[in-house]
Design a protein around this ligand. Structure first.
Ligand code: NAD
Ligand code: MG
Length: 399
């Protein structure tokens, strides 16, 4: 192995599912990685335990009340970690000159500003927060190109596509002779459930994913297949792939994480057990390879791999995402914001599972009046779409 320079990492969203898996990989390689900053929205106890294990220079909480609690815990333990709070502090620890790489693992549009700050500062950006890219699209990719940031996908599908593309062609599929990008999807917990029972499913049933353990928002997105829809848009931006080059393949075992088909008929797939530490370790060490603590794939145990076409009637959110990408403009930003509001309302039991797609569709119909040509315009589109979605949610609650 070439001599390794210690890489300082900021983990945004450290207490979440991706954040914890990232710190698991960090802990396996103390000679390679050092934690510069950790952030969490409200779980100060969990962040305290992480700070005591990894001794970051900074810890950032979402509110000053939570920051006060964390600071008290750190003081009592004799820690020197400095506690900050609020959105500006997130941008500060993402763009600090000492930082080599930033794990963007905040869920939802809340992660946009710090992730963009890391991109603008030319960091190695490990992108889990797909909503930030769906929301800001071209603006985000321009920031990456202008600063020379290195963007590495953490989403298992996009990480697989990245691995299946020749080095140097990450944003030029045509140049690489790509015919199709095949994004695999498990189909979530409701792939076979009787359609007439979907109106009654509960948040816990929607969050019980058959193959992956994830945060609640992305778990609901997997149950509606909006997650795959967001990933289609994510693939469009990450790889410069036109919408017609991207296809979704339902593959319930979640062993093939995605594939790239070439002009000569070759199809290159990346396989592995469904464990996010594989794409995380891949991106953190890239272009080298390191141990991720992941169980080796046992093909004899798996025995078979199944594939199906996606059912756009069962999963209207997937159709809406393709439509939003085809419409362009503010439509993807509206899709994302309306989805975040609708999923939060479903998790709070304010609307039913099938209402999620209805709320989003109603908002998308109004999206043409919005622009997304600057960060301010993107944030305005996000805010307007949330207002529309809240109105739709109220109307549905009243029914
Ligand atoms: P999670 O809910 O488990 O964790 C979210 C993290 O973000 C937490 O640390 C939380 O404190 C922080 N956070 C939440 N709201 C915030 C706010 N308003 N401001 C600042 N911080 C906030 O989510 P997750 O499953 O780890 O997913 C994180 C991101 O990674 C999502 O964008 C998701 O789509 C993506 N992703 C996750 C997985 C997975 O397996 N979990 C796979 C692929 C992509
Ligand atoms: Mg994924």
């Amino acid at each position: 192995m070439a001599e390794t320079v210690l890489q300082r990492i900021t983990v945004l969203g450290a207490t979440g599912s991706i954040g914890q898996s990232t710190l698991d990989v960090v802990a396996r390689h103390p000679e390679r990685f050092e934690v510069f900053a950790l952030s969490a929205h409200s779980q100060h106890d969990k962040l305290l335990a992480q700070c005591l294990q990894f001794s970051p220079r900074y810890a950032v909480m979402g509110s000053s009340a939570a920051a006060t609690q964390l600071a008290a815990g750190l003081r009592a333990a004799g820690s020197t970690t400095e506690v900050l709070s609020g959105a500006a502090a997130l941008e500060q620890v993402a763009a600090a000159p000492e930082v080599h790489m930033v794990m963007a693992a905040i869920v939802g549009a809340a992660g946009l500003r710090p992730t963009l700050a890391a991109a603008r500062a030319g960091k190695k950006v490990l992108l889990a927060n797909k909503e930030a890219l769906v929301l800001s699209g071209q603006l985000f990719m321009n920031a990456v190109a202008d600063s020379g940031a290195r963007l590495l996908p953490i989403d298992s599908e996009h990480n697989a596509v990245f691995q299946a593309l020749p080095q140097g062609y990450a944003r030029d599929p045509q140049g690489a002779g790509v015919r199709r990008v095949l994004l695999t999807a498990s189909g979530g917990p409701f792939r076979e459930r009787p359609l007439d029972s979907l109106a009654q499913v509960t948040p816990d049933q929607a969050c019980a994913h058959p193959n992956w353990v994830m945060g609640r928002k992305i778990s609901v997105d997997s149950a509606t297949m909006m997650n795959k829809g967001l990933e289609v848009i994510e693939a469009h931006w990450l790889f410069g792939a036109p919408v017609d080059m991207i296809e979704v393949v339902v593959h319930r075992q979640s062993v093939i994480h995605s594939m790239v088909e070439y002009a000569d008929g070759s199809v290159i797939a990346q396989l592995g057990n469904p464990d996010m530490r594989t794409p995380i370790a891949h991106a953190m060490a890239w272009p080298e390879r390191i141990d991720a603590g992941v169980r080796p794939l046992d093909l004899f145990e798996i025995a078979r791999l199944d594939f199906e076409r996606p059912d756009f009637t069962r999963f209207p959110c997937l159709r809406l995402a393709f439509e939003a990408l085809r419409s362009g403009g503010a439509a993807p930003a509206v899709l994302n914001a309306a989805n975040e509001e609708a999923v939060a309302a479903f998790l709070d039991r304010r609307i039913g599972f099938l209402d999620i797609a209805r709320v989003i569709e109603a908002c998308l119909e109004r999206s043409h009046c919005l622009a997304v040509d600057s960060l301010e315009a993107v944030l305005t589109a996000d805010a307007r779409a949330r207002d529309w979605a809240r109105g739709e949610i109220c109307n549905r609650q009243a029914v």
